[in-house]
Design a binder for this molecule. Structure first.
Ligand code: BEZ
Ligand code: FE
Length: 299
């Protein structure tokens, strides 16, 4: 990281602020900070922010509009709505931070954005459980294996799973409409590293676009859709946890995900099965869908 904290306050002969020396003067004012990391991070931010303002030359009305946008972004946040994560997502910053922090040895499953709809207290289930609590949607069997980068099964790995319903809403967006904890759960791999559960085929959906971030997307000429996916956090003792998704291959939004979360390796095959006997065994209507989804963890 460039250490702008070290840049001398050029032009600041008398120490007063000018258009030319603005970043230097503000950065120099942090000299007494004992928090070196904070000083370094704030120096970079101030440096680039001042450079952007100098390039844009906003009118005062434009700058006030920017401040109002940030104010509204904060005001719409609640226990279940995080507009700042959404802002970071649509600007590609969430995926950039993810990329920087997950430079793994080859072979480990790719990571992607967490998103705002994970909850930390999802129910623990036995393998085979159905996480669709209201029976709505096209039935889907999800099954696979967790292994290490050498191909050895990882027993006892935990898979935290969540997805939207067939109308494109997470349970936390429809309190009182969907059952609590609908379409989420935690599963554990067996001695062979295997897990399996029942759910419904995911569908594409818009990220919450009724707030300031949605208005910004529209103003930028962008749509709010995420391609159909299921979220996973997979972890085990001694391995680096991964936050990831699987995507359906036939989704119209695969190449224009509103949050830039798609990676080619995360697109998996969903198979439609016409098998009345297996459907009965699974408690599904026929036909139904299956997907095999394997994860590789780096130690
Ligand atoms: C999601 O996939 O849940 C999500 C990710 C980023 C923004 C909004 C939703
Ligand atoms: Fe999602």
């Amino acid at each position: 990281m460039t250490d702008h904290a070290q840049v001398p306050a050029s032009d600041a002969k008398d120490g007063y602020f000018t258009e030319e020396n603005s970043a230097d003067v503000v950065i120099a004012r942090m000299a007494a900070s004992k928090d070196e990391r904070l000083r370094s991070v704030m120096s970079v931010l101030i440096w680039h922010l001042h450079a952007a303002v100098k390039e844009i030359e906003p009118t005062e009305a434009e700058w006030m509009a920017a401040i109002q946008f940030l104010t509204q972004t904060g005001q719409i946040c609640s226990d279940w709505r995080q507009e700042y994560i959404l802002l970071s997502d649509i600007l590609g910053v969430s995926m950039l931070v993810d990329a920087i922090n997950n430079r793994k040895p080859t072979g480990a499953t790719e990571t992607t954005v967490l998103g705002p709809f994970h909850v930390s207290n999802a129910p623990r289930y036995e393998n085979g459980a159905n996480i669709c609590l209201d029976g709505k949607g096209e039935p889907l069997l999800v099954a696979g294996r967790v292994s290490d980068t050498a191909g050895k099964p990882v027993a006892g790995a935990l898979l935290d799973v969540w997805q939207a319903n067939d109308e494109g809403f997470y349970d936390v967006q429809q309190k009182g409409v969907q059952p609590e904890m609908n379409l989420r759960g935690i599963f554990k791999t067996d001695a062979d590293g295997r897990y399996w559960f029942r759910s419904v085929k995911p569908k594409y959906y818009p990220i919450p676009d009724d707030g300031p971030v949605g208005k910004l997307l529209t103003a930028m000429g962008r749509h709010p859709f995420r391609p159909a996916h299921i979220h996973f956090i997979v972890g085990a003792d001694g391995y680096q946890p991964i936050t990831t998704h699987i995507f359906t291959p036939d989704c119209p939004y695969l190449h224009s995900d509103a949050v830039f979360g798609v990676k080619a390796d995360l697109i998996v095959e969903f198979v439609e099965k016409d098998d009345a006997a297996q459907a009965t065994e699974l408690g599904f209507s026929n036909p139904f869908h299956t997907v095999e989804c394997n994860f590789v963890l780096a130690s």
